[in-house]
Design a protein around this ligand. Structure first.
Ligand code: AMP
Ligand code: MG
Length: 379
């Protein structure tokens, strides 16, 4: 009897994503210390004139100009003199303030402040940001673009951006190149390869694996030079669904198996040493959606980026019937932010998957027409 039953053992999607995130290591930096004072000299923080504040508003004789990068050694600012100075230039000896252009009265050869300058005005004092040897970032800080800038400033080596290698392997004895009516071609493999490459991963496609625990174990034991193995099939309750048992036998850490999602319930993630196995369900729509949800999360973590948020929001143009107890991802055509539900024909429906622009998140069941929903755009 078809009946809606609660699945208390199924892991909510958010929790599964969080577990994956926390199980993976982000690339981190070694301890970063200042190689010299920052700034290494007193520097102007405005374009203007470097002068002695104590001379007040009196006109000063201009001695010349200092640009960023100029050595200031050629100038000594004595009382009654000033040097034109640009942002970032080192301060000349004798000067203790910069008066910005906007606050100067200038003739050809003199400048006079129209305000009362104070010592230190618009000067970044040597060492104000850091002293040579100061700890700038603790060891183990995740890398990001701003931290790369700090490494560059300190003259430290910049770690190459990690390139995460992904292998895609379908499983199933039914997968052949020239199928009889009882067989099919491997459509998940090329789909997942394209998806992984769209996400910027270095990905390769393997030949489909047979439904044989020995062959599965051999592949898992010697995955080659890959960080993520994206499999499809063999993770549900069928007698040929060997992947969970084989992973356990090999001592893998199962991060989760079976999530609260329709389609895509049998999803599995495991760590076998450094190898992340994303065990996607075999049905094409399930495999696609789970890859779209979990692969960007894994790549972002391993590449040292922030967790991705793939969700957009839109308005359904019609109600989606959904009586189940799991959140449903329903295929839609999308026009701007309007989502027109396509007839839902289940997780084996590659035809509808290929026609869809987006998948609407239907939770709670029975979303009303015109209701705002979140959706995943297809990739
Ligand atoms: P499984 O999860 O292995 O039980 O597979 C579920 C369904 O998805 C079955 O109908 C399989 O034939 C189908 N399937 C599994 N792998 C693939 C694949 N690589 N390409 C297309 N369909 C597949
Ligand atoms: Mg199978």
């Amino acid at each position: 009897m078809a009946m809606s039953c609660d699945h208390p053992d199924l892991l909510p999607l958010d929790e599964a994503l969080r577990r994956l995130w926390e199980a993976l290591p982000a690339p981190t930096l070694p301890e970063v210390r200042a190689s010299r004072d920052d700034p290494a000299a007193d520097r102007a923080s405005m374009d203007g004139a470097a002068l002695r504040a104590g001379d007040g508003r009196a006109p000063r004789q201009l001695l010349g100009t200092l640009f960023a990068g100029d050595d200031p050694a050629g100038f000594v600012v004595a009382p009654g003199t000033a040097v034109r100075i640009m942002t970032g230039a080192a301060m000349p000896a004798g000067a203790d303030a910069v008066v910005p252009v906007e606050q100067l009265q200038t003739t050809g050869t003199t400048v006079a402040p129209v305000i009362d300058p104070k010592p230190g005005d618009h000067v970044n004092v040597r060492g104000v940001l850091a002293r040579a040897g100061d700890l700038l970032l603790a060891a183990g800080t995740p890398i990001n673009a701003a931290r790369v800038a700090l490494l560059a400033q300190e003259g430290l080596p910049i770690p190459p951006a990690p390139r995460i290698r992904v292998a895609v392997a379908s499983t199933g004895d039914e997968l052949v190149a020239n199928p009889g009516p009882h067989q099919i071609r491997d459509s998940n493999g090329p789909m997942l390869l394209a998806l992984a490459r769209n996400l910027g991963a270095e990905a390769g496609l393997r030949a489909p694996l047979p439904d044989d625990p020995v062959a599965l174990a051999a592949t898992l034991r010697a995955p080659g030079d890959v960080r993520i193995l994206l499999t499809s099939g063999g993770v549900s309750m069928g007698e040929h669904d060997h992947l969970p048992a084989v992973l356990k036998e090999l001592g893998a850490e199962i991060l989760f198996h079976r999530i609260r999602l329709k389609p895509g319930k049998p999803m599995l993630a495991a760590l076998l040493g450094d190898l992340l196995v994303l065990g996607l369900p075999g049905n094409p729509v399930s495999a696609y959606l789970n890859a779209l949800l979990f692969l960007p999360q894994a790549l972002a973590r391993l590449e040292g980026r922030a967790a991705p948020d793939p969700w957009h929001s839109g308005r359904l143009t019609a109600a989606v019937k959904h009586k189940g107890d799991r959140p449903l991802l329903h295929p839609c055509r999308r026009m701007e932010d309007r989502l027109e539900p396509l007839p839902g024909r289940g997780s084996a429906d590659l035809v509808t998957l290929a026609r869809a622009d987006a998948f609407a998140w239907i939770d709670p069941p029975g979303q009303e027409a015109g209701g705002m929903v979140r959706y995943l755009p297809v990739l």
